[in-house]
Write a protein that binds this ligand. Structure first.
Ligand code: ATP
Ligand code: LTN
Length: 330
């Protein structure tokens, strides 16, 4: 059984990325001892929107180090950088020829991002789900852990795989998305109607894993809350508090009921102060490991191993695909 996932290296990952994706990779790694686990830095996905070259370089290395800092064990999990395995782009074109423009235009993320960008939407942003499908199908991944917002792309990957298998014969494993319920969608600290995003123009809305600890604590203390003044999980009427409770529950392991009990008769202030401490100590642990690994030659060794492992699997699959279609000489 193989589990595979990736994250775009655009800015530093947020607490949303951590709770919606990275933390789940670690849980799966520790739970499924027999599974083959592949986690990559999806750097080709980052260039679908305009991005500064220096920033990209820095974010690629930084995300690789953060994977290890949050608890991925390079002995158990293969970690690599997507653009170092050219098969991803190669298969992507083949899949573009086996999917429809209408399917791409239907993707919610495309619609949202293209509205934001107006006339300068790149072709790559439209075809991006084919690249994501390649990331998954090259490795015959069985399970793909992602946040709620990526579910539609994994479903499209399934459709493309099934269509290809029907047309050319059994070639790809049809993957399943793995959406972990709690923490699947962490919302902005300033606007609970929008997901926490590292591209939010208001930095008070998100906390990144490399934020200064005190600054991060202050963002929690200043997060918007509702007017009821009671610590009770009620997504409908107290969306902002429910979001903070989700973060609290995920980081502390306490259930919503246990948190409600703990703060019975107390206001938001105590709750937020404790949450700020919890977030602070989580970041501190991650950052200590991060600063150790980011400057060590060990990181390059891990990424070389990951690249070679990924390449050996991907190249075989791509040859099979080319043969099935009739490309090349033999
Ligand atoms: P952007 O915020 O720029 O749209 P993104 O954060 O959605 O980008 P990635 O960085 O590639 O895109 O996301 C990596 C993973 O983190 C995905 O599985 C995604 O579903 C998850 N994720 C992103 N934001 C959140 C969030 N607010 N809550 C939970 N999970 C999230
Ligand atoms: N598109 C995803 C990141 C991503 C991914 C993948 C996730 C790229 N390729 C393959 C799982 C499997 C995103 O933007 N969050």
């Amino acid at each position: 059984m193989r589990i595979l996932s990736g994250i775009k290296p655009s800015n530093v990952p947020t607490l949303g990325n951590y709770l919606g994706a990275m933390q789940n990779f670690v849980k799966l790694q520790n739970e499924y001892k027999d599974a083959d686990i592949i986690v990559f830095v999806a750097d080709l996905h980052s260039i679908t929107v305009p991005i500064d070259r220096q920033e990209l370089k820095k974010d690629i290395r930084s995300l690789a180090a953060l994977y290890i800092a949050v608890g991925l064990d390079p002995v158990r999990t293969h970690i690599f950088i997507q653009s170092e395995v050219p098969c991803h782009s190669e298969l992507s074109f083949v899949l573009e020829c086996n999917s429809y423009i209408g399917e791409m235009e239907r993707m919610i993320q495309f619609k949202e991002k293209s509205v934001k960008q107006g006339l300068t939407v790149s072709t790559g942003l439209l075809t991006y789900p084919c690249l994501m499908a390649s990331d998954i199908l090259l490795y015959d991944a069985n399970y793909v852990p992602v946040g709620e917002d990526q579910k539609q792309h994994v479903e499209l990957t399934r459709d493309i795989a099934i269509r290809f298998n029907n047309k050319y014969g059994e070639t790809f494993t049809v993957p399943e998305p793995l959406i972990m319920k709690a923490g699947a969608r962490i919302m902005s600290l300033q606007d609970p109607a929008h997901k926490m995003s590292k591209t939010d123009p208001n930095p008070k809305g998100y906390i990144t894993l490399l934020d200064d600890i005190n600054e991060a604590k202050n963002k929690i203390k200043r997060a918007v809350t509702d007017s009821l003044g009671v610590v009770k999980y009620d997504k409908e009427n107290q969306g902002a508090l429910a979001n903070l409770m989700t973060i609290y529950s995920n980081l502390s392991g306490l259930s919503y009921e246990e948190i409600e009990k703990k703060y019975e008769g107390l206001g938001y202030k105590e709750f937020k102060e404790d949450l700020a401490e919890i977030v602070g100590s989580t970041l501190e642990k991650i950052q200590t490991k991060y600063y150790e690994i980011i400057k060590s030659p060990e990181l390059d060794r891990i990424l070389d191993e990951g690249r070679d492992y990924a390449y050996s699997i991907a190249r075989k699959k791509l040859s099979k695909v080319y043969k099935r279609i009739g490309l090349g000489r033999n």
